[in-house]
Design a protein around this ligand. Structure first.
Ligand SMILES: Nc1ncnc2c1ncn2[C@@H]1O[C@H](COP(=O)(O)OP(=O)(O)OP(=O)(O)O)[C@@H](O)[C@H]1O
Ligand SMILES: [Mg+2]
Length: 512
């Protein structure tokens, strides 16, 4: 580790302003973070949090304003300049190369292993081992990134940043893709790390902000609207300051639904990317007008379940019947036409085409339908009106519907997908972590929409790791463990404890 990296003790931003076409992303922001401090940066989707961090990392240049490290002004032109100052960032959208291994990905950023003509992979392997052991972050150096769950990729990003010698960590929504247990572990880890490092931590989950940070700053429309010591403010105060109103997530209070079966899965067997049986004779059913929650620690078959229903993964046995017809191993297009909507786990790769506009992404699944297209020509005017209407109703914060979807903030990308999938009026919806990355106000809105869908008779399969979300919305909750449904509980019988026990693989509480 270089000496200068050990010395970063203070980072100060003064009057940082950054515009994108049509948006003022950062509006005269001044902030200061000292040694061993953890600053939580919170704010609505599109408030400018990621942009500000990208400026500190040298990925964007501010239009005006200055950055000082230990009182000295610095000009961070590239991420390498930031690394040289000891600053490292775990990005909201992971920046790993999928078809390379963990080891190779980490080697890419480590300058010291590139000194000779041959890359010194042994050095990288040793550094990974050292960091993994020091911080208790287990990673398999030889696994390919595409084989890893989002949570595991998150851990790789953190190990990578630490291997590069960061003394000042920026974590952009590090917990949004983690399981509750992983989140708790990460918070403990970060707390321990904060004794020797400084951290800027972005999160929409205010309990984490309270547990980890000692300072909090709230951004709204690119400007800092509040700064203070975390301990002096309750989470509900911070939520109210952030959204401008008190937030209360809606609850499903209706009696259990008696509709006909919409989706019936029998003895489903599906292989994972790594070749083992991810779903092992799984059976479940969802009625019209029912929300069936799937609880479980990620990696127990949730991804394979969602992908096999939506035609993205081949099954090796069993049946999936939707509205009386078997749909397993049909094409995604056939399944879309059969009325099945899908909110996928990975929004950037499966949910949108980043280079296409918001408008195009919104009609992506229906572009050949007569309401959007006549004689192979798109009805541009109608499409624009339709997309504009959705933009307003779903509060997608963007310069306009012609903006490329990939340039939106993480939460706003999620809103584009939700707007498309909900407004297409599916007959059945497969919903994977629907509020991941959404701010509190947006989460409240989406939960209302899912309950409205339910009320209109649509069946919903809701895969989530947030027990509160599952208990608020579901009629029944099925717990998935090692590719099988452990048990299905009615909402009234589901408690954090009963779900937690089932999620850990214990079928009968009496066994404890
Ligand atoms: N590369 C870009 N080109 C154009 N506009 C951009 C770009 N990056 C960000 N923006 C815009 O800047 C604004 C701030 O976005 P940013 O990603 O910083 O928000 P955020 O606070 O991180 O939101 P979220 O909580 O959803 O991640 C948004 O309106 C976004 O559309
Ligand atoms: Mg962001």
């Amino acid at each position: 580790m270089q000496n200068e990296k050990d010395q970063i003790t203070n980072l100060r931003l003064e009057h940082i302003t950054k515009r994108f076409p049509g948006v003022l992303a950062c509006d005269d922001i001044s902030l200061e973070i000292g040694k061993s401090e953890v600053l939580a940066l919170v704010g609505e989707n599109g408030a400018g949090k990621t942009t500000l961090m990208n400026i500190i990392m040298g990925l964007y240049q501010p239009d005006s304003g200055s950055i000082f490290i230990n009182g000295q002004e610095v000009h961070l032109k590239t991420p390498n300049d930031a690394f040289d100052c000891g600053i490292g960032m775990v990005h909201q959208q992971y920046m790993l190369v999928p078809n390379m291994t963990v080891l190779e990905n980490i080697a890419l950023g480590m300058k010291d292993c590139w000194k000779t003509a041959k890359v010194d992979l042994k050095l990288v392997r040793d550094r990974i081992k050292e960091v993994s052991e020091k911080y208790g972050l287990a990673v398999d150096p030889d696994a390919f990134i595409w084989q890893l769950s989002v949570g595991e990729q998150q851990r790789v990003e953190l190990v990578k940043t630490l291997c590069l010698g960061a003394r000042f960590l920026i974590l952009d929504e590090p917990t949004s893709a983690l399981t509750p247990q992983e989140t708790d572990e990460l918070i403990v880890l970060l707390k321990r790390m904060s004794e020797e490092l400084s951290i800027i931590f972005i999160s929409h989950k205010l309990q984490e902000v309270a547990a980890l940070s000692n300072k909090v700053a709230i951004l709204r429309h690119g400007a800092v609207v509040f700064q203070g010591n975390t301990a002096e403010h309750s989470t509900s105060d911070i939520a109210a300051l952030m959204t401008g109103h008190e937030v209360k997530l809606p609850e499903n209070t209706e009696p259990p639904c008696q509709g006909e079966d919409a989706l019936v899965i029998k003895d489903l067997c599906v292989k994972s990317d790594r070749g083992f049986m991810a779903l092992d004779h799984l059976s479940l059913s969802v009625r019209n007008g029912e929300i069936l929650g799937i609880a479980g620690v990620s990696g127990n078959g949730q991804r394979e379940l969602a992908e096999s229903i939506t035609g993205l993964r081949r099954t090796s046995g069993g049946t999936i019947t939707a509205f009386g017809d078997e749909i397993q191993n049909h094409t995604p297009n056939h399944i879309i036409r059969h009325g099945i909507g899908y909110i996928p786990e990975e929004r950037n790769t499966e949910g949108i085409v980043p280079s296409m506009s918001i408008k195009e992404n919104i009609i992506l699944k229906d572009s050949s339908q007569s309401r959007f297209c006549s004689h192979t020509f798109l009805k541009q005017k109608y499409i624009a009106q339709y997309a504009e209407n959705l933009r307003q109703r779903f509060d997608i914060r963007c310069p306009g519907i012609n903006t490329a979807a990939g340039s939106l903030s993480g939460g706003n990308i999620q809103k584009v997908i939700l707007a498309r999938e909900i407004d297409r009026k599916p007959r059945f919806l497969v919903c994977v972590y629907p509020i991941r990355g959404l701010d509190l106000g947006a989460a409240e809105f989406i939960h209302k929409k899912l309950l409205e869908l339910r009320k209109s008779g649509v069946g919903v399969l809701l895969i989530s790791e947030e027990l509160d979300e599952l208990m608020n919305l579901s009629d029944r909750i099925a717990v998935i463990f090692k590719g099988q449904i452990q048990k299905t509980l009615d909402r009234k019988d589901a408690t954090r404890r009963s779900l937690g026990i089932l999620m850990a693989g214990v079928k009968d509480e009496k066994q404890l």
